[in-house]
Design a protein. Structure first.
Length: 138
């Protein structure tokens, strides 16, 4: 069995963003040489999410609005975590959107359902953060 590991680094200039990272993950898969197996894509920071969904701007806007209703950034004084910080909402948004995804590899490709893509969700940007790509298989 083969094993492959790579860290992807992102530095988003805004507080929040959704970035399609499917091309980067596909490039990792090609590098790995794995034809049948599994890909784990894991956010390695507590204010970042990795999730699978449709790459559609309206949906991303709807996520932004919905997440802000669930865990509004302001007022930062409303969160106990924010003593000396202002990112408690980012932790909660990450919890809702998820930490990692696992995708099957079939015949050397990511085995997605219709419209599925892998996204990096940033909820407290402006500094470098990493995502782990771990691939195992034959």
């Amino acid at each position: 069995m083969k094993s492959y590991r790579k860290e992807l680094w992102f530095e988003v200039p805004a507080r929040r963003a959704f970035i399609n990272i499917t091309p980067e993950v596909s490039a990792c898969l090609a590098e790995s040489g794995v034809k049948e197996g599994l890909v784990l894509v894991n956010a390695m920071h507590i204010t970042v999410s990795v999730f699978i969904n449709d790459d559609e701007k309206g949906l991303h806007h709807d996520y932004e609005v919905w997440l802000e209703k669930l865990a509004p950034h302001e007022p930062v004084s409303g969160y106990r975590h924010n003593v000396g910080e202002d990112n408690a909402d980012a932790h909660m948004k990450r919890q809702v959107m998820g930490r990692e995804v696992v995708v099957a590899v079939t015949e050397g490709a990511l085995d997605f359902g219709t419209w599925e893509q892998i996204f990096y969700g940033e909820f407290d940007g402006r500094r470098p953060k990493r995502v782990l790509v771990k691939i195992i298989g034959e």
